[in-house]
Write a protein that binds this ligand. Sequence first.
Ligand code: ACO
Length: 360
Amino acid sequence: MKSGLEDVVAAETVLSDVDGANGRLIVRGISLDELVATSRYENVLRLLCDGFLPLPDDLPAALGRARQAVFAHVASADPAIVALPPVDGLRALMARLPDGDGIDPALQLVAAPAVFTSALLRLRNGLAPVAPDAGLAHATDFLRMLSGTMPTAQQADALDRYLVTVADHGLNASTFAARVVASTQAGLASAVLAALSALKGPLHGGAPGPVLDMLDAVGQPAGAPAWLDDALSRGERLMGFGHRIYRVRDPRADALKGAVRLLATSGAIAPARLALAEAVEQAALDLLKRKKPDRPLETNVEFYTALLLEALGFPRDAFTCVFAAGRVGGWIAHAREQALNGRLIRPMSVYVGPVPRQAA
Ligand code: ACO
C-alpha cells in the first residue's frame, strides 16, 4: 500500500499536468506563465470546461447573472451561519444550491464562493451585503462586493491573476474528492461541497492564513532564522513550504510573487511587509535544506497567496474561501470529466484489524 496514495495514478485527465520534477504546470496545453499573462478567469473557466460543459457565448454576463441568482440565497445566512468561520459559512450556504449537471447549477457554483464570502464577511462586520453587478468581470465584482467600492484596475488584475493561478492543479486532494463524488453520478453541487470540505485543511488550502500568523510572530526580518529554527525544533511545519508533487519550486509561487510585486509598486503592499516575507522565505528555505536534507522542500503556492490576499483586503480566516473561488472551475471540469468518461471510484483497503475468533 502507498501511504497517502503517493505516486499512485488514479485518473486520466486532459485538464492539467503537474510536472513536479521540473516545476511546471500545464492547463489544457497552456503553460501557467502564459495562462496568467494572457487569460482572464472567465476564459480559463471556458478552457477547462471545453468538451465537458457547453458554456454560453456570453460567459462573463452569464456568470454575472449566476452571481445575482446566488445572491438571493444570502438572505438565508442566519446569525448562526454568519458566526461560523467563513469557510464553514460558505460550505453551509453552498449546500443550499441546486444539485445537477447542467450549465445553470454549474455557473451558480462558480459564482457562489465570491458572492457568499463577500456577504458573510460584510454581515459579520455589521454591514449590509452588496448585490452583484452582472456587467463586471468576476474578479472585479468579487472585490466590489467585498468592500462596497470599485477596486482599482491593479487590484482587480491581481485577484484575477490569483484566480487563474489556482484554477486547476492535477489530482490534488480536493479535486480527487470532487472526482470520487462525481464518479457515483451525484450532481455537481455534491462534488463541489466534498471538494470544499477537503480544501479547508491546513495541509491543503488552509495554509495561507497561518503563513501570515508566522510573519506576525517573526516580526522583523532579522528575527526570521531564530524563530523558524525554533519552530522546526518543536517539530512544527512551516506553512507555505513543501508539496507532495513538486520537488522544486512551485511555479505558482513565482506567478503570485509577480502579482505581489506589481501590487507593491502601486503601493498596495508596504515595502516592509514584502521585505519581511522575503526574509522569512529565504531563511525557511535555508533551514529546510539544512534540517530536512532528504526531502526537497520549496516555497509553495500558499506563501505569496497570503501576501496577495491580505493586500486585497481579505481577512486571513477567509483566504481558503478565495482559493475556492478559483479552484471551483477546476473542480467542476474534473467532476464532469469523471462523470462523462470515468468509472465508479472504489479502491480497496487492507484489513489490519482483529479477526473473529474461531468457533469452538
Ligand atoms: N515544514 C517542515 N517540514 C516539512 C514541511 C514543512 N512545510 N513539509 C514537509 N515536511 C517534512 C515532514 O515533516 C517530513 O519530514 P520527516 O520525514 O523528517 O518526518 C517530510 O518533510 C515529508 O513530509 P510528508 O508529510 O510525508 O510530505 P507530504 O507530501 O505528505 O506533504 C504537505 C505535503 C502536506 C504540503 C507538506 O509539505 C506540508 O505540511 N506543508 C505545510 C502546509 C502547506 O504549506 N500546505 C499547502 C500545500 S499547497 C496546496 O495544497 C494548495
